[in-house]
Ligand binder design. Sequence first.
Ligand SMILES: [Zn+2]
Length: 107
Amino acid sequence: MVTRVINMITHVTQLMTGRGNFESYLYGIGRWELPECMYCDARDTVEHRLFHCSEWEEYRGRAGISGLEPENLTAYMLNSEDNWRAVEEFARATHRAKEAEDRRKDF
Ligand SMILES: [Zn+2]
């Protein structure tokens, strides 16, 4: 249970700070070759993944957060526990999918 809570906090923290499994961040600290998204030509930033990249639209839909804008993300999350958990779910699911894709590419 404690590990699960720590993982949830970690995923949301990475999403809110950009310091996580984002190519632009990893590139900036010398841990990835390119700052671009692996699915399109845009820089892989939190904003790109959370709001714009078409690759992650299915995940936005599943979490029920399609249509969010950077300007209303914080208000949306603070409006209800369900909203917070929806963003948390998006962060967790995309983090796992991205890690699986990274592992697949390493082979
Ligand atoms: Zn993209």
